[in-house]
Design a protein around this ligand. Structure first.
Ligand code: AHR
Length: 526
């Protein structure tokens, strides 16, 4: 990131690209110059998979949120609720990670296939100790992914399962109909093999996935990576399944180091394509940041913590670069988001929380960080999609509400697979008490049609910024803000935090955009 000291310097930079400046509108208005290197050589694409979702068998993430059953009065297609499907289609979900999370390392896929009478009921020991009826299993998940147009990211059970069980599951999902397991799939209603785009080799095996030492995990992971095959002919060449090993364990040991070291020394019989990183904005355990009714103290503390994602990625990338300078293995941030104090009165094991404007800003900060690391970060899954942690959607029986975070995902659709255009700016600082962080954040990208998209986040909850572009004649898009940082959408008032249109034409002073306090803006610059 290049620091620009003055508007004079910003003007000089206009010879090599578009310059966005904050106009000196008022004495107390922040002054920031953003240089967009529109003439830079085409760079890295922002992989659409960084906008992935995560759906675990946890609380009402699946049951109630996705699955209502075929006989439900809630409109559904084969048991999957139609309002949720329509909302998710609109944000073009690239992939959904399932069935967990910690749940994945206790999941036995055979419990969730076949006729209703064949499904086994277990205790969901990770999440609330409630019965898990396995009504939603592999075929229902694949139907759901198909209905929303997303790829499947399936995590196999490394903790309490075996390579044989995982290999059979993959054969059930992906083999053409000649094999016994493929015939079983056909008998369950799906003759065609499914596609499995991403395969998680366990989940947090340093913790809930078996508390394995890094060495132990690496030995297990190699066996799974070798024996678990994708037989779908459509994935033999293009679109091959990518295997993601478990990485980063909150600094307790060195999972990423050991996994990458093993990868660098690997023999022909196994491989991986990705390593995971999980990180939540939590402020220490147990989670205590309030989801509602908070003020600037909690706002500043959570957003400051969100910026830590950059340091973590830099640190993980440095480890990966040692063993993989060619960047063949990608970083998969397949769990991230705000983990807040649970909704009062809710089951503490269900991880239910409201979602505010603050969380939308936190999401945008993270998405921009992932985009800036597009050369290494090629997948990310916010936790979690519906009714759990930092959700896109909340449901209550037949009612559904879109969260502020959902709106960010919708506004960012143009960035999916767009080419990153370098930006540089002196963001200034937003300071509150002991918390200090950049005041402005920006990412630019060019889509396949050649349109230039710009995301601007004004972190400061108290002051707008006026941004003047000396390049382009108009900017149009949307801005997301609200009266307060803790504003939320509820079933009774679903549009307290909703995007509104922005359209700006250039005038005598150039193209000037006002970015409101505490807002996320995405505009197309023409
Ligand atoms: O997302 C909730 C839980 O957080 C996941 O199950 C686990 O992987 C992580 O610790």
């Amino acid at each position: 990131m290049k620091s620009l000291k003055s508007l004079r310097l910003a003007s000089a930079l206009s010879v090599i690209g578009a310059v966005v400046t904050v106009a000196p509108a008022q004495a107390d208005t922040a002054r920031v110059a953003v240089h967009i290197a529109t003439d830079a050589a085409p760079t890295q694409a922002i992989d659409r998979n960084i906008f992935g979702q995560f759906a675990e068998h946890l609380g009402q993430g699946i049951y109630g949120g996705v699955w209502v059953g075929k006989d439900s009065a809630i409109p559904n297609v084969r048991g999957i609720r139609s309002d949720v499907v329509a909302a998710l289609k609109a944000i073009k979900v690239p992939n959904v990670r399932w069935p967990g999370g910690c749940f994945a390392d206790e999941y036995h896929w055979r419990d969730g296939i076949g006729p209703a009478a064949a499904r086994k009921v277990h205790v969901n020991s990770n999440w609330g100790g409630v019965p898990e009826a396995n009504t939603f299993g592999t075929d229902e998940f694949m139907d759901f992914a198909d209905q929303i147009g997303a790829d499947a990211y399936v995590s196999v059970n490394v903790g309490s399962g075996s390579p044989e069980e995982a290999a059979d599951w993959l054969e059930y999902m992906t083999a053409p109909t000649e094999t016994t397991l493929a015939k079983e799939r056909a008998a369950n209603g799906h003759p065609q093999p499914y596609k499995v785009a991403l395969l998680g080799l366990g989940n947090e095996n340093w913790g809930c996935g078996g508390a394995m030492s890094p060495d132990h995990y690496v030995e297990e992971m190699k066996r799974f990576a070798h024996y678990v095959h994708n037989f779908n002919p459509a994935q033999h060449d293009a679109g091959q399944m990518k295997r993601v090993a478990v990485g980063w364990d909150s600094g307790k040991s060195d999972y990423t180091e050991q996994v990458m070291k093993a990868w660098a020394d690997k023999v022909y019989s196994w491989d991986i394509e990705g390593v995971s990183l999980h990180n939540y904005v939590v402020g220490g355990w147990p989670p205590h940041f309030p989801a509602t009714g908070f003020g600037e103290d909690d706002y500043a503390a959570t957003i400051r913590e969100a910026f830590n994602m950059d340091k973590l990625i830099v640190q993980q990338t440095a480890i990966m670069d040692k063993y993989d300078p060619g960047k063949k293995v990608f970083l998969s941030v397949d769990e991230w988001g705000a983990w807040l104090a649970p909704t009062p009165g809710s089951h503490p094991g269900f991880l239910a929380q409201q979602n505010s404007l603050r969380d939308a800003i936190l999401a945008a900060v993270n998405l921009n960080i992932f985009a800036r690391h597009a050369d290494r970060v090629k997948n990310a899954n916010i936790a979690q999609m519906i009714n759990v942690l930092q959700a896109m959607i909340l449901t209550d029986g037949p009612r559904m509400v879109l969260t502020p975070t959902y709106h960010v995902y919708r506004m960012y659709v143009p960035f999916q697979d767009a080419k990153l255009v370098p930006v540089s700016f002196d963001a200034g600082r937003y300071e509150h008490g002991k918390d200090s962080m950049p005041r402005l954040d920006a990412v630019a990208a060019r889509d396949a049609e050649g349109h230039l998209w710009l995301s601007l986040i004004n972190i400061d909850p108290n002051a707008p910024v006026r941004v003047a572009l000396d390049h382009g004649r108009s900017a149009s898009g949307q801005v997301l803000t609200a009266a307060k940082v803790d504003a939320v959408n509820t079933f009774a008032a679903p549009d307290q935090v909703a995007p509104r249109a922005v359209k700006v034409q250039s005038g005598t002073g150039g193209l000037v955009i006002e970015v409101p306090a505490k807002s996320v803006m995405v505009v197309r610059v023409d």
